[in-house]
Design a protein around this ligand. Structure first.
Ligand code: FAD
Length: 518
């Protein structure tokens, strides 16, 4: 027999099978020796009470043996020689699109400007140590896209649980821990993601698909409003009838190409700000309301949102026990983001703190669909200039930032290329600067201790979502003007993270393959 219960237990009980059995035995009045196993279905932490509790949904096996069941891969077919779908970009959207094509019997050819995960790692080292930005191989570009060296948080605002679970189960089948199916806020970690991505690529290749690295697409050929092919920077031309465009939000050359070719794109609101770093012990103390978190609680996260003078300011992509990464995709700009290892065991907690940017804010760049992109670019370039024209990030202590005062010194930062003391008002647009100055003080009221000079503000956090939308038909998912072109994932404006990009990749593949049958 199996019974499901919702229980609340102390943190030390939550991860201990024997202690859990004893708890459930008492709670459900089942004799202890009859319980063969307790499987955790869902787990979340409730830190609102003085004595922190863990909420669990558990499946209790009574007088019945428990058999471990892990999600398995779908029945992929061998697609050698099948009709082709061309996919630009090997990020989560592109890879999940490719895998879905294989499931549906079509051959994906993935064109990726960057390198495979191993070669890419060498370029990340050069970026962190020598400040050299490779425009095709960096934290955003390469095998797995921006998702590979990311934090690997797998939560999404998508309302469709079925779609989300399918993606999480596929991640497990490709090697992620099955704990991501249980946690309220699942996370993989930068140390584990590359191996999982390599498994996905291998599966595509083993089943007759192709993944071509160092293959930057520089042109999309259109004939009679229909996709005809693509051209690579190497000069190679590849014919294409179905083209999934999943190039991410940092592929500015793709947005510029579409605009130049009169293929409709639109400027879109996004958010821009800074990345903040606190000592993790301080965040734990605030969130758990105790001196230290002890051995049973994970490093604490936080999520903050306020309205300041009618404008939203909020935390974005918070990484407990994490590192701030240099995420520029061109020389001459500073872009930050964050990652963490699976154990989240670094001494610092970082988060983007961003302010909403509306159409009226970027109208100084005219009515061009690239106006929001140019606004974003200008701030990133100013940060580079003020930071000393390297990947060194301009930074300021938090209270100094709010008081408009240059910091006399700075604590150590996890941002490897280094930080330089700069008054960030000289970089950020006035409305963003003002909103953040007040926003930090407001955050300090919700999380006492958050507003502190122990925290360091790094400029800039600018690649939160795409500043451009590539419009598509709601039903067919094809570009509104060009048949056979499927704008996909975060860059096209249809996703905001790994899971939603993967879901969108699958959807575009289904539509592209579905249209081939007709
Ligand atoms: P991308 O992942 O951006 O992939 C696009 C791919 O297209 C890239 O590989 C690029 O090289 C390729 N490409 C671009 N132009 C061309 C061209 N012309 N020719 C050929 N190929 C091209 N999201 C989360 O959900 N959770 C997190 O914890 C998280 N942490 C992050 C941490 C960091 C450091 C970064 C950078 C991002 C993080 N994100 C996180 C965001 C997440 O990675 C993206 O939302 C997601 O990867 C978007 O997927 P995508 O496939 O749409 O685009």
């Amino acid at each position: 027999m199996q019974h499901e219960y919702n229980i609340q237990v102390p943190p030390e009980t939550a991860g201990n099978q024997e202690a859990l059995k004893q708890f459930v035995s008492k709670h459900a009045e089942i004799s202890l020796h009859e319980i063969s196993h307790i499987r955790i279905l869902k787990r979340s932490i409730d830190a609102r009470q003085k004595a922190i509790k863990v909420n669990l949904r558990v499946l209790v096996f009574v007088q019945e043996d428990f058999k471990e069941q892990k999600p398995s891969l779908p029945n992929y077919r061998n697609v050698t020689g099948a009709e082709e779908v061309i996919i630009i970009g090997a990020g989560p959207a592109g890879l999940f699109a490719a895998l879905r094509c294989i499931e549906l019997g079509k051959k994906p050819i993935v064109l990726e400007r960057g390198k495979d995960v191993r070669a890419r790692r060498r370029d990340l080292k050069k970026l962190n140590i020598e400040h050299i930005v490779n425009e095709d191989s960096n934290y955003c570009f390469g095998e797995g896209g921006a998702g590979t060296y990311s934090d690997g948080k797998l939560y999404t605002r998508s309302k469709k649980r079925g779609d989300v679970n399918r993606i999480l189960e596929l991640f497990v089948a490709f090697g992620a821990t099955d704990q991501i199916l249980v946690e309220a806020h699942p996370h993989i970690g930068t140390n584990k993601l590359p191996g999982i991505i390599q498994e996905m690529t291998k599966t595509i290749l083993d089943n007759g698909g192709e993944v071509l690295f160092e293959s930057r697409v520089v042109d999309i050929e259109v004939r009679n409003n229909e996709v005809a092919g693509v051209a690579l920077a190497t000069g190679t031309k590849i014919p294409a009838k179905k083209l999934i465009l999943a190039t991410g939000h940092s592929a500015r050359d793709i947005f510029e190409l579409l605009h130049k070719k009169d293929i409709l794109i639109e400027a879109k609101s996004f958010a821009l700000g800074v990345r903040i770093e606190h000592p993790q012990v301080l965040i734990d103390k605030i969130q758990y309301n105790r001196k230290d978190r002890g051995e049973f609680l994970p490093p604490s996260a936080y999520s903050l949102v306020k309205q300041v003078e009618g404008r939203g300011v909020y935390s974005f992509c918070m990484c407990p026990g994490g590192i701030i990464a240099p995420c520029a995709t061109s020389p001459g700009e500073i872009v930050t983001n964050g990652w963490s290892p699976s154990r989240r065991d670094q001494p610092t907690a970082n988060s983007g703190i961003v302010v909403e940017v509306r159409p009226e804010d970027y109208k100084i760049f005219g009515n061009s669909p690239l106006a929001a992109l140019n606004f974003q670019k200008q701030v990133e370039q100013k940060a580079w200039l003020e930071g000393g024209k390297t990947q060194t990030a301009p930074a300021q202590r938090m209270v100094d930032f709010s008081n408009g005062k240059l910091s006399a010194d700075l604590p150590e930062s996890s941002y490897k290329p280094g930080i330089a003391s700069v008054e960030l008002g000289s970089i950020l647009p006035e409305f963003i600067y003002r909103t953040l100055q007040k926003g930090f003080q407001e955050f300090g009221k919700s999380m006492r201790g958050y507003y502190t000079n122990e925290a360091v503000v790094h400029a800039t956090e600018s690649r939160t979502s795409s500043p451009v939308r590539i419009p598509r038909d709601r039903e067919t998912l094809e570009h509104v003007q060009i048949k056979g072109l499927y704008p996909c994932g975060e860059g096209a404006g249809y996703a905001g993270g790994i899971v939603s990009a993967a879901i969108d990749g699958e959807k575009c593949a289904e539509k592209a393959v579905g249209a081939m049958k007709n």
